[in-house]
Design a protein around this ligand. Structure first.
Ligand code: ATP
Length: 503
């Protein structure tokens, strides 16, 4: 799995999807740039989300709020006081950890130990091996697994009570039971606020302390009344937005999974108080369907319902995806009650209410939100699409099986050779198609190598112009996934491509 992850990272760089930011200066940790193919893929994912949320839903509208917001916003939302992660330093290695992540790593290691025992036993017993029987009765495995459960529930309790001494004690205990960092010398656990601060204004006296927004949601809450009135929206209705968010994450690892500057795609759905749980269930289902529609595989997703809820929520679940490093949060669906609108009412002194004609009364709506990281979605799509295949002739091919609707280039137009008028015909086809699809032209190298290059960036179709094209007006279309080749009329290209790449 680690190997697969390394391949994902290097493929992303080698084929122009993602570069380390400011690489010539040795980069900036947890900050990345999207390259020529990456920017296209990222745009397509954003568009796929936007269309299915805004265009396809009459009662959802989209906005684009500023990154800078009045500083009181973050007081009201609770971010100034509570947007913290527990931080711990190792004095020997001088490494810094997020305490909760570190404890989860220990728990995972205990799980791996259990899995190893199970695998060893399975080998010994062969066909007669009964996994569940073994897991339930073998004392070592039971020990590892129950320790894991105990560790996680103790951590959750301690973090909830903000009992940071206990978190430190737990880490010290775990380091002895299951060495990870190799040293025992820890600092106390501290709370660390994740917001980036900056200043607005030129003169020192009048400058205002601001934060870069750590989530896009607040830009929607503060615009609730404006959008509701000007759009004449009736409850239930939603406001959607995509945009950058910034968090000074303590540990930066796992590539674009956890970045310091990232993009969110969020939708806040405003409902009648008391109806929020019905909508929460509906949005959970709707969002899972959206993911499944991309065809990355049903077994790659699972729900994780939260037992421990944030201060603003009365129900919450994550859609987890199987990344190369295991199942992790991709999207959150939260029932946020009226917490945010009420808090903004209090801090701003402005009413954020809705007059419900059917009920003949005013109320502060409840909110169900769906929140997905665009970069995480990129990683989900990219890592599951990247595949290595051994072909019938024994050769290997690396292919990026992106959903065609998201592919950066929809079709590559390839003249078989660089002369005899074939490039001219290829250019003509290209000029025809480029108004509807992003297409590429390539005449360098043997045709087989050109096919492989397109496979590696996920182009679903290659269209080859050969000498017969001049006589019969037909080209060869090659399908990326099956490598099947068909001869078709040039005038049929548009409809064939369009069928595969539209939503
Ligand atoms: P995590 O527990 O992984 O830090 P979170 O629960 O803090 O995530 P939310 O605040 O619910 O995340 O944000 C909603 C979504 O935004 C997440 O599901 C994730 O896809 C994305 N996201 C959050 N933080 C980051 C980050 N640092 N880098 C990339 N995407 C992120």
């Amino acid at each position: 799995q680690e190997d697969k992850f390394k391949k994902v990272v290097s493929h992303a760089k080698e084929y122009g999807f993602i570069f380390q930011s400011s690489e010539i200066y040795d980069g900036l940790s947890a900050v990345y740039d999207y390259a020529q193919n990456g920017a296209e893929l990222k745009n397509s994912i954003r568009e796929y989300w936007w269309k299915s949320m805004v265009q396809m839903n009459e009662n959802i509208v989209g906005i684009d709020a500023a990154i800078f917001m009045h500083p009181t916003t973050w007081k009201a939302s609770g971010h100034v006081d509570a947007f913290n992660d527990p931080l711990i330093d190792n004095k020997d290695s001088k490494k810094r950890y997020r305490a909760d992540v570190l404890i989860e790593d220990y728990a995972e290691k205990l799980n791996i130990k259990a899995e190893k025992e199970i695998a060893k036993a399975a080998k010994r017993f062969g066909d007669a091996f009964d996994r569940s029987e073994f897991v339930n009765t073998n004392p070592r495995v039971v020990g590892y697994l129950s320790k894991k459960e105990a560790v996680l529930s103790r951590m959750a309790r301690s973090l909830e009570n903000e009992d940071l001494k206990d978190v430190k004690a737990l880490i010290e205990e775990l380091e002895i039971a299951c060495p990870l960092s190799g040293s025992k010398n820890w600092t106390d656990v501290k709370q660390f606020n994740l917001m980036f601060g900056t200043k607005l204004g030129a003169s020192a006296e009048s400058a205002m302390d601001l934060y870069l927004r750590p989530e896009t949601a607040q830009g929607i809450f503060v615009n609730f009344a404006n959008v509701q009135k000007t759009g004449r929206m009736k409850i239930p209705f939603g406001i959607a937005q995509t945009g950058k968010a910034f968090r000074n994450e303590i540990v930066a690892r796992q590539f674009i999974f956890r970045m310091r500057e990232f993009e969110q795609m969020e939708m806040q759905f405003f409902v009648r108080p008391g109806e929020e749980l019905k909508w929460y269930e509906l949005w959970k289902e709707t969002r899972l369907k959206w993911h499944l529609s991309l065809g990355l595989g049903e077994n790659k997703y699972r729900f994780h319902d939260h037992d421990k809820l944030a201060h603003y929520a009365n129900a919450a679940a994550d859609i987890e995806f199987e990344f190369p490093f295991g199942f992790k949060e991709l999207e959150g669906i939260h029932s946020r009650t009226d917490f945010d609108l009420k808090a903004h009412e209090e801090h701003s002194g402005k009413k954020l209410q809705f007059f419900d004609h059917e009920m003949n009364k005013n109320y502060v709506p409840y909110v169900v939100e769906t929140s997905i990281g665009l970069d995480r979605m990129f990683l989900a799509v990219f890592s599951s699409a990247l595949q290595e295949e051994t072909l019938e002739d024994g050769s290997e091919r690396v292919v990026l099986k992106l959903p065609p609707v998201l592919a950066p280039t929809k079709a590559a137009i390839l003249p078989l050779i660089k002369k005899d008028g074939l490039p001219e015909i290829a250019r003509e086809i290209m000029d025809e198609l480029k108004f509807d699809f992003s297409v590429a032209y390539d005449e360098k190298d043997a045709i087989g190598r050109r096919y492989r290059r397109q496979d590696a960036i996920g182009t679903p179709f290659c269209i080859t112009v050969d000498h017969d094209t001049k006589n019969d007006g037909m080209v060869t279309i090659r399908y990326r996934d099956t490598m099947e080749q068909n001869r078709i009329k040039i005038e049929d290209l548009r409809s064939i491509i369009s069928k595969e790449v539209s939503m």
